[in-house]
Design a protein around this ligand. Structure first.
Ligand code: F0G
Length: 366
């Protein structure tokens, strides 16, 4: 009988801070496909895989961390949770809070979250507060709110989020049989690069879990981590916070990432890099994924692929390596970007009468 995936907490219970008595809040997240990318592999002379996180229950990788964060909120006896978000965290928090029976408040930057994500938070009944500021301002308010009022913070500054998200690395290793040579991903608030690095490290050596049991190493090595920010929101690359972050990739429009130091540690300890890619490069990679690999993502999710193509063009990418790129969120989150050509002109479907010959002609078949 086929194995039915049980969500990341149950699948990786021995490596997460839960006990037999924990009430697990799950929507069946994780177990996402690691898809071989033939066009990227051929272009770069490597074996390139995409970790397609849009396949999670709310359409982004955030669900891995949110199952843990909401489970922890319930365990702590919380009645309400809060998060700041560029959209995906709010969609995920709203969904998991609903299952747990918790109230959920989300703080989002006004006018800078995509319609798909907003519709999710609304559908799940979250209290949505639009803030006249950017994500960094929202996070500051969310933190202070949780310090002064009875609301539980579920942003990735909460260690439970990182614990859940590290399972992405476990799945990659479990699928490939070992760690890849390189792991590429977008960087916004820098929680995900922190989490992947933690997961890879824990899998590459003996690990004593919260029950005091020592688990053997699963991987023989850790990958080199390459993270990519959007150029207009690239504080780690610039070495200072960006007060007015600006990019079409609204998910990573962040000027002062909460896990900045952990991201630098992942970069330095793995011998990797954190670089930026332009909006043009992001949109070209977004189009590459949909038109050449069959994988539809939201713009921010393409930053890792943009980074690979940029560094390949610069001659910095070796050949013959296993490269995994996390593509973080589903294309339907923010579909407008697919509806225009790269030059900005609209894509207009051909219209014909309901006549076979007319359709055949329109398709160049006749
Ligand atoms: N990709 C997508 C689609 C995201 O939504 C985010 C972050 C990132 C990449 C960057 O990940 O923050 O861990 O470095 N979105 C957060 C949110 C900020 O509120 O949904 P990170």
């Amino acid at each position: 009988m086929a194995h039915q995936w049980r969500g990341v907490i149950r699948e990786y219970a021995d490596r997460l801070p839960v006990t037999e008595n924990t009430r697990v809040i799950t929507l069946g997240e994780g177990g996402t496909p690691l898809v071989y990318a033939p066009a990227l592999s051929e272009k770069t002379g490597n074996e390139v895989y995409l970790k397609v996180e849009g396949m999670n229950p709310t359409g982004s990788f955030k669900d891995r961390g949110m199952t843990m964060a909401i489970t922890a909120a319930v365990e702590a006896g919380a009645k309400a949770v809060v998060c700041a978000s560029t959209g995906n965290t709010s969609a995920s928090a709203a969904a998991y809070a609903t299952q747990a029976g918790l109230k959920c408040a989300v703080l989002v930057p006004e006018g800078k979250i995509s319609m798909g994500k907003m519709s999710q938070a609304i559908a799940h009944g979250a209290d949505i507060i639009q803030i006249n500021g950017n994500f960094d301002n929202c996070l500051e308010v969310a933190r202070k709110l949780s310090e002064n009022y009875p609301v539980f913070l579920v942003n990735s500054v909460n260690p439970a989020r990182i614990e859940g998200q590290k399972t992405g690395a476990f799945e990659v290793v479990d699928f490939l049989g070992d760690a890849p040579d390189y792991h590429l991903l977008p960087v916004g608030n820098a929680g995900n690069i922190t989490a992947y690095w933690k997961g890879y490290q824990e899998y590459a050596s003996a690990y004593t879990n919260t029950a005091g049991v020592e688990l053997a190493a699963v991987a023989s090595k850790t990958p080199i981590m390459w993270g990519f920010q959007a150029e207009g929101a690239s504080p780690i690359v610039k070495g200072h916070p960006v007060t007015e972050p600006d990019t079409i990739a609204t998910a990573i429009r962040i000027g002062n990432p909460a896990s900045w130091q952990q991201a630098e540690a992942a970069r330095d300890e793995s011998g990797g890099l954190i670089d930026s890619v332009t909006d043009t490069e992001i949109l070209a990679a977004h189009r590459w994924l949909s038109s050449r690999e069959g994988v539809f993502v939201e713009p921010a999710s393409a930053a890792g692929v943009a980074g690979l193509l940029k560094h390949h063009a610069a001659g910095n990418v070796p050949t013959g390596k296993k490269i995994v790129i996390t593509v973080t969120g589903h294309g339907l989150k923010d579909p407008d970007w697919a509806l225009q050509k790269l030059d900005g002109s609209a894509v207009t479907p051909t219209k014909v009468d309901f006549d076979v010959l007319a359709v055949a002609k329109a398709l160049d078949l006749a």
